[in-house]
Design a protein around this ligand. Sequence first.
Ligand code: SAM
Length: 120
Amino acid sequence: VKFVRSVMTPAITIEPETSVDEASRIMIQKGVNHLPVVKDGRLVGIVTSWDIAKAVATKKTGNVAEIMTRKVITALPDEPVEIAARKMEKHNISALPVVDAKQRVIGMVTSEDLSKLLVR
Ligand code: SAM
């Protein structure tokens, strides 16, 4: 069995006060589609490129707090990758922030990371 810990990658996090504009630039600069939102070190939301596109379409271009998804589906480092894959499938999402027991973000597991396991 493979565990999330062995396939996760470093997370690029932002804060609720980060502007939508700045978040879009960070995504391009870092080449990521998912930005977990962290307040006082704890996970409070997630913003994806899909949310940014929607914000632009509806002209909601304030802070990410206004557009982030607050109920975040997460993974634990000691969770089997099959469980993480099932969560993504069930919720139609492609990445899960990996959190510790105190809801601190310690990484990110994406569908890309998981598909790499198949070709290894
Ligand atoms: N059906 C579209 C697609 O396939 O691209 C949208 C996928 S997903 C339902 C879009 C929403 O999921 C976004 O608003 C995003 O914030 C949210 N999302 C992405 N990852 C998430 C996660 N780990 N936990 C909760 N919501 C998440």
